[in-house]
Design a protein around this ligand. Structure first.
Ligand SMILES: [Fe+2]
Ligand SMILES: [Fe+2]
Length: 170
């Protein structure tokens, strides 16, 4: 196992779930709720697992990626994005499922999450592949997968101040 592969696979599953919603514009609110609830859990648990298990190691071992000067910048960018994703997810629940406003806010989650995944893949994941051992990548992958299994029913997403996070994990 390799944490960079586990994260990539999660990202693919998130993209696949947004694609599924694209096919559901005529679907019932119950069906939409089923798919959205699952996607919400995937997004929130994935971000939390990264904050607990991936970014602390990146801060220690990273050297900066293609368009980030340092692991601190990569991490701060990511935590900032995770907050945007959590806030966009929270906004979805303010609207009736299947309403125009609901679809708009789901689209905003897709947009901020899509931008974030691309940056994370280009920065943190790339940096980690080049500077972390396969043994460490394996052990984090295991812990990450166990965390996701343990929280398969979801968590309460909570924003984290990016600067405080970086300071606490240096
Ligand atoms: Fe991610
Ligand atoms: Fe992330």
């Amino acid at each position: 196992m390799d944490i960079t592969e586990v994260i990539l696979n999660d990202h693919h599953e998130q993209r696949r779930m947004f694609a599924l919603l694209d096919e559901m514009h005529e679907a019932s609110p119950a069906d939409l709720n089923a798919v959205w609830s699952r996607l919400r859990v995937l997004l929130e648990v994935h971000a939390k697992a990264e904050e607990l298990l991936f970014y602390p190691e990146l801060l220690t071992l990273g050297k900066g990626g293609d368009d980030a000067a340092s692991p601190e910048e990569e991490t701060s960018d990511a935590i900032h994005d995770h907050n945007e994703i959590r806030d966009a997810i929270a906004a979805v629940s303010k609207h009736a499922t299947g309403s125009d406003a609901w679809w708009d806010t789901v689209g905003q989650v897709n947009e901020v999450n899509g931008d974030h995944m691309a940056e994370e893949e280009r920065e943190g994941l790339s940096d980690f592949r080049r500077h972390a051992s396969l043994e460490l990548r394996h052990s984090i992958a295991l812990a990450f997968s166990v965390f996701e299994a343990a929280h398969a029913n979801g968590i309460t997403g909570q924003d984290v101040d990016p600067d405080t996070y970086v300071q606490q994990h240096q």
